[in-house]
Design a binder for this molecule. Structure first.
Ligand SMILES: C[S@@+](CC[C@H](N)C(=O)[O-])C[C@H]1O[C@@H](n2cnc3c(N)ncnc32)[C@H](O)[C@@H]1O
Length: 238
């Protein structure tokens, strides 16, 4: 089974990421502002997870449809934040061409696939469902920041007793992917995510059909910076 079909679909995922609920109060309004679409715009929240950012998109008057691979996440979303939802895989979206004004892709939700072709396909699918002039907001981890943050602890198991899990991060031998192993609730998890350089992210966006790209270096819309913790790309479908 692909790691992403397992890791996000176990109850332990909600325990490991419990702090993200509180962070949604900051991230949601900020990311929705960077998406910057007028009320009434049709936005696909891909992936929507358990819907922690949904209220902040809805607060801007956007018409939101959420999509995710994890049934566990979709069920929680439906219970806590009722909305139109679809179970889907990024590689083949169940939406018609040019149906959306925006695609909202928050919290390092690109680079999960093993091959470059599949990761590009995710962006190509985003481009396909956007109308010309539509907006993709792609919120990624800043590669250089992450490299520096992991360097001090790479390969060491770190304990998070309050949160009830332990984790160990290592880079793949070629330095392109971060592998984060976690143990929680007696189960083992292993995220394996390609973390692109800025040049790689921009090249993929261009190849997928996005023209103008505005990069930000933080939730407050500050300019992109090489050492920023987040690289957030607002890309326009040509
Ligand atoms: C880090 S979470 C982000 C969720 C949400 N954007 C947020 O900020 O809370 C990544 C999500 O991607 C979903 N996912 C992973 N692989 C996927 C795939 N191939 N197709 C669709 N969704 C996928 C997971 O189920 C998980 O809910």
């Amino acid at each position: 089974m692909d790691w992403f079909a397992w890791d996000f679909d176990r109850p332990a995922y909600f325990q490991i990421y419990a702090d993200k609920d509180a962070e949604a109060a900051t991230e949601g309004p900020a990311l929705a502002a960077l998406l910057d679409l007028p009320p009434g715009s049709r936005v696909l929240d891909l992936p929507c997870g358990w819907g922690r950012l949904h209220p902040h998109l809805a607060a801007r008057g956007l018409e939101i449809v959420g999509g995710d691979l994890s049934l566990l996440n979709l069920r929680r979303h439906a219970a806590e934040h009722p909305a139109p939802l679809a179970r889907l895989d990024f590689r083949a979206l169940p939406f018609r061409e040019a149906c959306a004004d925006g695609v909202f892709c928050a919290y390092t939700s690109w680079g999960y696939f093993a091959t470059g072709e599949e990761n590009l396909q995710q962006l190509t699918e985003f481009a396909r469902v956007l109308r010309p002039g539509g907006v993709l907001l792609l919120d990624l981890a800043g590669r250089n920041f992450l490299k520096e943050a992991v360097a001090e602890v790479e390969g060491q198991w770190l304990e998070f007793p309050d949160e009830g899990y332990e984790e160990r991060a290592t880079w793949s031998p070629d330095g392109r992917r971060i592998r984060t192993e976690r143990r929680c609730q007696g189960e083992a998890f292993r995220h394996d995510i390609w973390i692109p350089t800025d040049a790689e992210a921009r090249a993929c966006l261009a190849e997928a059909g996005f023209g103008a790209v505005r990069p930000y270096g933080g939730l407050d819309g500050r300019p992109w910076a090489a050492m920023a913790e987040r690289w957030i790309y607002r890309a326009i479908r040509t």
